[in-house]
Design a protein around this ligand. Structure first.
Ligand code: BGC
Length: 489
């Protein structure tokens, strides 16, 4: 075996995550669930969302939704047809990197409101103009406002269906003056500054949106139990019994409907085990965390989600490059990497590279070779180099998928959900959608948890829930508008 493959295999072993570790992870997760439901400021936030029922597919109406949560900002209008189907019109814009880290909260929210304005001008101009005319004439009416669901996929201390203060930024965002502020009020202020006919009716985490969207569209009678994202970041939301959320008594909040006896909880599982009592840790995980803008936080997310897997891979490849001459010219060959290669840039590797590398089952690894060229500007990588890269990618991706089983299995166990015939789970995000066999590895690890076992395979239905952040937000805006919630400024 060549030295580079041997070393890659040795490193890959460090990423193995055994069945015993999965089981220990599940136990610790269940402990943190209990803690998070009874106290504030815990590692697993277990945030009450004030959404107390899931849709059944008969909901109707036209709603706006916006989504801030990763690389893009999306604005959409959603027409819920009331028969499990909907139509969606959307526009998407990349958030300028400077805006994510060096702007002020005001700049960011004005930028978002401007995108809503141009969306309305393009797709709902008549309504917009009519509103402006009425506003000038002093005859503007509440009922002419669009209700908007605001998908804001960061940890928020939610105080009501459309009120919540930012706890901390994740996924590379860092705008300090927004922390502690009510993000719905910030958005409403910016919207009002531009005179838009829009009321921010609901604050929605993308996982809650995913859960709601899946429940609206999913076949059969079973309401969805859990919504999970495995994309740039990772997180999950699930239906909890109200009487188990004992910290509700301790937190300041507005009124909500208690008739269902349930509430959706946003777990914020990206921060599971921040104290690293059970999470597997390699030297690469340590280095990634130390170089990140939030060391010690989102430790689960840093081992599982798309934004970080590429960076773990980059650190391993750099190591192999230095120690074993990976991608270095052997005598007589001209493999080289230019300085501008994203191999040398923090966060330079996108998860899509991992998905392509993992998917290549050919003997000569042609796709790996061309992906290395496209993504890292590595010219003519050798077959051994390609094999080494694939070995490492496989190990990083498989560990992520097996880790992903931990919060899902633990939530199924802690809620007693496995006693039921069928449990429906909606998932979204680039990893679960595009990383080959992500669900397969996840299910394999779930089977290794004795309380889930083989039976889990039949009981647990996992389905991709596309556009959760749009449709789900619209559904929550619908519930909120019926309750008459208005943002308090
Ligand atoms: C955020 C969550 C979000 C998840 C998926 C995490 O970084 O903290 O609120 O749900 O990413 O987008």
């Amino acid at each position: 075996m060549s030295a580079v493959i041997e070393e890659a295999t040795r490193i890959a072993r460090q990423f193995e995550y055994s069945p015993e570790e999965v089981q220990r992870g599940v136990k610790e997760y269940i402990r943190e669930v209990e803690e998070g439901l009874s106290e504030e400021g815990t590692t697993l936030s277990q945030i009450p969302t004030f959404v107390t029922s899931v849709p059944n597919g008969t909901e109707k109406g036209l709603y706006l939704a916006v989504d801030l949560g990763g690389t893009n900002f999306r604005v959409c209008s959603i027409d819920l047809h009331g028969n499990h189907t909907f139509s969606l019109t959307q526009s998407k814009i990349m958030i300028p990197r400077e805006m994510m880290t060096s702007g002020s909260a005001k700049e960011l929210f004005l930028f978002l409101a401007r995108q809503i304005e141009s969306f309305l001008r393009i797709h709902h101009n008549e309504h917009f103009e009519a509103h402006l005319k009425r506003k000038i004439a002093g005859t503007a009416r509440e009922e002419d406002l669009f209700d908007l669901g605001f998908t804001f996929s960061f940890p928020v201390r939610q105080l009501g269906i459309n009120k919540g203060t930012l706890i901390r930024w994740t996924k590379g965002f860092d705008i300090p003056d927004a922390v502690g502020q009510d993000v719905c009020a910030l958005l409403q202020e910016a919207i009002d500054e531009l005179n838009l006919p829009v009321r921010v009716a609901a604050l929605v985490n993308d996982t809650v949106g995913t859960l709601m969207a899946r429940s609206y569209t999913s076949p059969g009678e079973t309401g969805t139990f859990l919504g999970a994202i495995f994309g740039t970041g990772t997180n999950g939301a699930y239906v909890e019994k109200l009487n188990k959320i004992t910290k509700m008594a301790k937190i300041e909040h507005s009124d909500y409907d208690k008739s269902t006896g349930e509430m959706i909880i946003n777990a914020e599982w990206g921060s599971f085990d921040n104290h690293l009592s059970v999470l597997p840790t390699t030297e690469y995980d340590r280095q990634l965390d130390a170089d990140s803008n939030n060391p010690g936080i989102q430790m689960f997310e840093k081992r599982v989600s798309g934004m970080f897997l590429g960076e773990i891979l980059r650190l391993v490849l750099l190591d192999l490059h230095k120690s074993q001459g990976l991608f270095k010219p052997a005598s007589g060959s001209d493999v080289f990497i230019p300085e501008s290669s994203s191999l040398y840039r923090q966060w330079g590797i996108d998860t899509s590279l991992l998905s392509i590398v993992e998917a290549d089952k050919s003997k000569d690894l042609e796709q790996v070779k061309s992906a290395l060229k496209d993504h890292l500007k590595v010219e003519r990588a050798s077959e051994n180099d390609c094999k080494a890269v694939q070995t490492v990618v496989h190990a990083i991706g498989k560990r992520a998928a097996r880790l992903a089983a931990v919060p899902i299995a633990a939530t199924l166990i802690s809620t007693g959900k496995l006693k039921e015939e069928l449990v429906d789970i909606g998932v979204d995000g680039s990893l679960v959608e595009f990383y080959p066999n992500f669900e397969g590895y996840l299910r394999e690890a779930m089977r290794e948890v004795p309380e889930v076992g083989e039976a889990g395979d039949k009981k647990v239905r996992i389905g991709i829930s596309k556009d959760g952040s749009g449709v789900g937000a619209a559904l929550i805006a619908l519930v909120a508008s019926k309750e008459g919630a208005k943002p308090q400024l």
